[in-house]
Design a protein around this ligand. Structure first.
Ligand code: NAP
Length: 286
């Protein structure tokens, strides 16, 4: 692990957490606490069950409690934009904060590492992947979709076919991200797979407790890569269907693992590794 500052982090008790409502389903404590143990660091990462009306007070409590920062999950990512003292350009563009950093003066800086996690998971699992290999179909237009569309556009995707149950939300993303985003009516989603190089599910469909994503893969070229950002369960019905159809697949767990690295760099000036062992530890929780 690279360590950026000369001061040893072993001299401090390192603290961070995740704020969400609900939050107990989060795999983030398992992930971050694995790194504390693996690198022999004194520290802890805790789930923080924070109701929406308590978010501002909870964020302001981070500094006095000695936290280096926190992650944000459902439903806080968008609202936190207005509550922190500074927002980095990536988070501003995505329109949501996934990570809060307590600065030296106690003020709060917001960033968004979901797009980083999305891309670095992809590159680890499919090193030859290129965003401009052909049309990319993105299903969904929520918070996850924003980070995905931002990253694909940043990486040079030339055509992003975006479809969402609520059409107006997809149109809002097209307005914000402009070309290369092209919105497609929800009823036309099956036909949108024609000639695609990649398909990404960013909806909550397929998640445990939810119905499978209603999408017929017949028109999808077998050369296309299929990526589901849902990671509970690891093998979603969409990924199972894609493998049956002959496509390569990428699951969403690695996105969670990789987004945690820039958080550690910002909180602790440390750069932990995403290894097969870490992945196995998380997989064992499913
Ligand atoms: N792997 C990771 O690190 C990672 C990171 C972020 C998110 N995620 C996962 O991604 C999923 C979405 O998260 P999010 O934060 O983007 O949630 P979100 O902002 O609430 O967006 C939910 C999306 O799902 C769609 N949807 C919900 N019910 C649907 C239905 N019955 N039929 C069709 N579409 C439906 C919504 O469409 P409408 O606009 O029509 O409501 C919207 O596009 C969750 O499973 C989350 O755990 C994973």
């Amino acid at each position: 692990m690279r360590q950026y500052y000369v001061m040893s982090q072993r001299d401090r008790f390192l603290m961070a957490g995740v704020m969400g409502w609900p939050v107990m389903h989060s795999r983030s404590p398992k992930l971050h606490n694995y790194w504390f143990a693996h690198y022999g660091l004194a520290g802890t990462y805790v789930p923080l069950a924070i109701k929406p009306e308590g978010l501002e007070a909870a964020l302001r409590a981070l500094a006095p409690l000695g936290f280096s920062g926190c992650n944000l999950t459902i439903p806080h990512k968008e609202r936190a934009l207005a509550l922190v003292d500074a927002v980095d350009p990536v988070a501003r563009r995505i329109g949501a904060i996934s990570c809060v950093v307590v600065r030296r003066d106690g003020s709060l800086a917001g960033s968004n590492n979901d797009g980083y996690g999305f891309v670095h998971n992809l590159l680890q699992q499919q090193p030859d992947w290129s965003a401009d290999a052909g049309p990319v179909v993105v299903i969904g237009a929520g918070g996850g979709a924003r980070a995905v569309v931002y990253s694909l556009a940043e990486r040079g995707a030339r055509e992003i076919r975006l479809t969402n149950r609520t059409f107006a939300r997809a149109q809002a993303l097209e307005r914000e991200f402009g070309s290369p985003v092209k919105t497609i009516a929800w009823d036309d989603r099956h036909a949108a797979l024609d000639g695609a190089a990649m398909l990404v599910n960013t909806t909550s469909q397929g998640m445990v407790g939810e119905s499978p994503l209603d999408l017929a893969l017949d028109g999808l070229p077998t050369s296309a890569l299929v990526y589901d950002i849902v990671y509970v369960p690891l093998q979603t019905p969409l990924l199972a269907a894609a493998r049956q159809h002959g496509n390569r697949t990428v699951d969403g767990l690695g996105m969670l693992l990789h987004q945690a690295r820039p958080a550690w760099q910002a909180w602790f000036a440390l750069d932990p590794e995403v290894t097969p062992e870490l992945r196995a530890v998380l997989e064992a929780t499913f």
